[in-house]
Design a protein around this ligand. Structure first.
Ligand code: UDX
Length: 472
């Protein structure tokens, strides 16, 4: 099948490469010619496992890049809209990029096209795309609009695409449903996994095809992300109780997660969720609910717990170091999570900013996100180290702020020798507390295993931070 993918961000580029991998012919379009030139020259604009291999495998054959939306879509059977929907000032998703694409498409339809939203969008967007296209001259017989939300996680996006739990199609009619099902047939019938060159992955569970109305599909995406964010805020709150009563949140999460109704995933506490999806989607979902007359206060609480979690970590650093001003902090991790170079809404970056404001000297290391962090943080505010050990040199404490697997394997005896004070603050519960303690280091996790403080305790519990938005 011939596919056009509009928007070569995380979702668009991964989708384009994976559709090519499934045997389709794909043109991926972006209005940034520099990005298109970069991809044509074989360079990746993002750090994403397996993506370079797939792009290299199909580029020039089944996968092409272009900055001409009309040319790319004129030949396509299916057009995926994957442009950004960033948060607007009032908490709504900014739909101007989607609207712009709808206008362009209206002017360039030949034959029948299925236009599919893949970006995370508020319920009702397909209807708005349809209306916009009609207003701009498209004939109702020449297109239909569907929703096929992605559930890709950054860092594992290629595997998530090719080995999904479910494929969700929100369609206006059977014909569109059939066409979109065909796109995913090699995953649904398992024929992709039989290929000798298939990307390796878990084939034990077949992907479930879920076909719904367009509005339900749009809602499923927002509701899923909001629910996962809620799960994280829930376990973060449980961790805070654990700290007060001396329980271990890792044990509690294990006990809870083995109940199949709860499930073990997304029960790791930390410094709060971040990234380009959860913060924006929870806000946007609450805003959608408000617009239709429902005050989704549970989501307000999810956001407040998330903000609070960062404050609690700052308080923990203060508890461990007594004062922050003048202290040298080794920060391991700047990305919003491990496996990505993305620093959008990264709790790690927020904390770094906070420590710098409080007068700490921060030396940071991240395996992939340093240049993006450098472009985001105020120039000269942070020193960037060449590796984790270099960051630890003469530091008063080491802070783990991103769940990169390599930080879990640090040589802790070496870390101990490099540090000025033997203090480890693990904001991601990534390290093994017993090993940390065995190396002669004081360990502070989230909801478990705190070493007795080596210094006087200085601070009262962190204040609650209200989530302020114009929509609130
Ligand atoms: C998320 C959704 O998981 C994905 O389905 C959707 O398509 C896009 O948004 P992503 O933002 O890539 O994916 O990252 P995810 O792995 O979900 O993590 C989001 C944040 O939650 C990260 O900051 C992560 O560190 C944090 N997190 C995750 C926790 O704090 N605890 C957990 O148990 C899991």
């Amino acid at each position: 099948m011939k596919i056009a993918v509009i928007g070569v961000g995380y979702v668009g580029l991964v989708s384009a490469a994976c559709f090519a991998e499934l045997g389709h012919t794909v043109v991926a379009v972006d209005n940034d010619p520099a990005k298109v030139a970069m991809l044509d020259a074989g360079h990746m604009p993002i750090h994403e496992d397996l993506l370079p291999e797939l792009v290299k495998r199909h580029h020039g054959e089944r996968l092409h890049f272009s900055s001409d939306i009309r040319e790319a879509s004129s030949d396509a059977d299916v057009i995926f809209i994957c442009v950004g929907t960033p948060p607007a000032i009032n908490g709504d998703a900014d739909m101007s990029y989607v609207e712009g694409v709808a206008r362009e498409l209206a002017a360039s339809l030949h034959g029948h096209k299925v236009v599919v939203e893949k970006s995370t969008v508020p319920v009702g967007t397909a209807e708005a795309v349809q209306r916009t296209m009609l207003l701009h001259g498209a004939s109702p017989n020449h297109f239909s609009v569907a929703s096929n939300p992605e559930f890709l996680r950054e860092g594992t996006a290629v595997s998530d695409f090719l080995f999904p739990d479910r494929i969700l199609l929100g369609v206006p009619n059977d014909r569109t449903g059939k066409l979109l099902t065909e796109l995913y047939q090699p995953i649904l019938d398992g024929s992709y996994y039989q290929r000798p060159d298939a990307i390796p992955g878990d084939t034990t569970k077949a992907a479930q095809l879920i076909v719904t109305s367009v509005k339900s599909a749009e809602l499923i995406k927002h509701a899923s992300n909001a629910f996962l964010a809620l799960k994280i805020s829930f376990i973060n709150s449980v961790a805070n109780v654990c700290e007060r009563v001396g329980a271990d949140v890792r044990e509690v999460a294990l006990g809870m997660g083995t109940d199949s109704r709860i499930g073990p995933k997304f029960l790791t506490p930390g410094i709060g969720y971040g990234g380009s999806c959860f913060p924006k989607d929870v806000l946007a979902f609450r805003s959608v609910a408000k617009q239709v007359g429902y005050d989704f206060t549970l989501l307000t609480e999810v956001m407040e717990v998330n903000e609070d979690q960062k404050e609690r970590f700052v308080a923990k650093v203060r508890e461990a170091l007594w004062t922050i001003r003048g202290k040298k902090l080794a920060v391991l991790g700047l990305a919003f999570k491990g496996g990505t170079d993305d620093v959008r809404d990264s709790p790690a970056l927020e904390l770094v900013r906070r420590f710098v404001e409080e007068g700490a000297q921060v030396t940071a290391y991240d395996p992939a996100a340093m240049s993006r962090a450098q472009a985001t943080l105020p120039p000269g505010s942070v020193t960037y180290a060449t590796d984790a050990y270099a960051a630890c040199l003469n530091a008063d404490a080491v802070l783990v702020l991103t769940e990169w697997p390599e930080f879990a394997d640090l040589d802790l005896a070496r870390v101990r020798k490099l540090l000025k004070l033997p203090i480890v603050l693990d904001g991601k519960n990534l390290l093994d507390p017993n090993k940390v303690k065995a190396a002669g280091l004081h360990y502070y996790g989230v909801g478990c295993c705190a070493s007795p403080s080596p210094l006087p305790v200085s601070s009262a519990p962190a204040p609650r931070v209200a989530v302020e938005t114009a929509a609130a």
